[in-house]
Design a binder for this molecule. Sequence first.
Ligand code: PRX
Length: 654
Amino acid sequence: MSQDNIQSTLHEDRRFPPSTDFINGSALSSSKVNELNLKSKGDNQEFWAQQARTEIDWHTPFETTLDSSNAPFYRWFPDGQLNASYNCLDRQLEKNADKTAIIFEGDAGDVQHITYRELHAQVCTFANALKAQGIAQGDRVIIYMPMISEAVIAMQACARIGAIHSVVFGGFSASSLKDRIEDTQAKMVITADGGHRGGKVIELKSTTDSALNAGCDSVKSVIVFKRTGHDISMQADRDIWWADAEKGQTSECEPTWVDATHPLFLLYTSGSTGKPKGIQHSTGGYLLNAITTMRWVFDIQNSDVFWCTADVGWITGHTYVAYGPLATGATIVIFEGVPTYPDAGRFWDMCERHSVSIFYTAPTAIRALIKQGDDYPNSHDLSKLRLLGTVGEPINPEAWMWYHTVIGKERCPIVDTWWQTETGAHMLAPVPSVTVTKPGSCTLALPGIDAAIVNQEGEEITTANEGGYLVIRKPWPSMIQTVWGDDQRYKDTYWPYFDGKFYLAGDSARRDEDGYFWIMGRIDDVLNVSGHRLGTMEIESALVANSLVAEAAVVGKPHDVKGESVFAYVVLKGERPEGGVDNELTQTLRAWVGEQIGAIAKPDEIRYADNLPKTRSGKIMRRLLRTIAKGEEITSDTSTLENESILPQLQGKA
Ligand code: PRX
């Protein structure tokens, strides 16, 4: 690991304290938050034990809070038993049965309300259907669905019977789907004929067929939800319509009680090396932090309408769509479409029509909507909004200010939440009734979370604004349990330094004079495109898998909407195109990467060279490639470069 480039350039002096109105309407007072902080700093484990006893309905209460005997494989509440679906649904039936759990809006504007009683019945019926198809506790089930209520129903149904779900984002290709099916050895795929996005039909069943035809012998059955009604093929001995699978099933399903450490789900995410990793999450610890952060960061209350715009294919859609809000009895909005269809006012129109009070989205969406002008938000009544949130990447202060003034009307606090697929829930974020916010900072660690910035030796950096590695020094309940099927990779990736004492997040960060955290970027070769993680290696492997390509190097280039865009340097097996330009080939390779991984990984630009810049020891000089991608002057020493003559080609000048 190298610390040379961890330098901060951002200075931001604006401060935004919560308004008196917000404080008065909040469920959390500053004295309560002080108490939480004090308790967690005193006896951290006892603090989490108390939270777990209060927030979760246990079938068998735990006696041991944390088993660290096989660290870093920490086991929270190991002798407790519970069911996640029971905690989300059954316990709402007493007081909230007729409360709306889900407001679903389709791409075309079709709206459906589902109460907790109805959701409970639908989850139970589908859970029984899964059992009838031979799914039992511990089996893996892949969910490859559009962003519709049934995706959440499928996740909850798996949780109900102790099956381990792995949701694959609907934008991923057949090849990515196949990799995940094979890595999980899933017995079943739950999909739909297709979904609607921006007026178009997204094929899901035919993509599933392509994945399954390429291998995936573990899959015994495929359940298909009819969403679009367009023509698809069904394989008689394998595929069954959702409605047929549910025929004859009752709406009662006794939850399967599982150990707190039983895996609730696997979710694949990119790292700097190799294929995406299956991040394994527990049931008890995960659910606990999904709940505590709903209270501390979102200040969730019975009257709120909560809309997290993330797809269930990402961790945000797990913790803040499928589990956290339901476990706290909230009303959630689920939206199938895109923010710009039928026009760029869609989000604001939906906030108005559904009386959304808490809105949580990604900076990339905010930046895209800023470009569409203020008339869209200004022509809608956004007065029900009381809290705004962001996630997935650093938000640039100007986008933050727009969100604050144009959407929040200077009334709504903004919670900038730093966390990861691996952390399961928010780690660094404001408590909106208490924390003074600063545009661009995710502020402070939440109660119970021991975050720090350290140098290469693992010593805490206490000098204000000096950059270093972001680490977590104490285990926390919703932490990653392991990488599915690869304990060694878990240890190597997250606990490689400092004698395995600290969890290494992979981000660089600094703390300002008030101790506020500012995320500066990744320390590894992971890109953040529109808030989604992509490994450079993964895209390079996809490119070299094409028969025309000999070598490839991928870097991120700053992009004003996506945050970063994918920039590829390619060495062909054949001749380099004349002048380094071949638009047709570029389109072919872009489409190829789309097929290998998914549309989000397509390079925005491809530059062809006779060779890649390498040091004499053969290492690709990525920093140089990043400088070139940005179009910046090369100031670093290129004399160690084996083949200096290719620089003009890389710069697109020859
Ligand atoms: O680099 C950080 C960035 O996203 C990474 C985690 O990506 P993923 O596992 O896909 O989860 C995204 C949604 C939780 C982090 O290592 N990141 C996430 N949130 C923020 C952020 N960077 C800055 N500010 C944030 N609020």
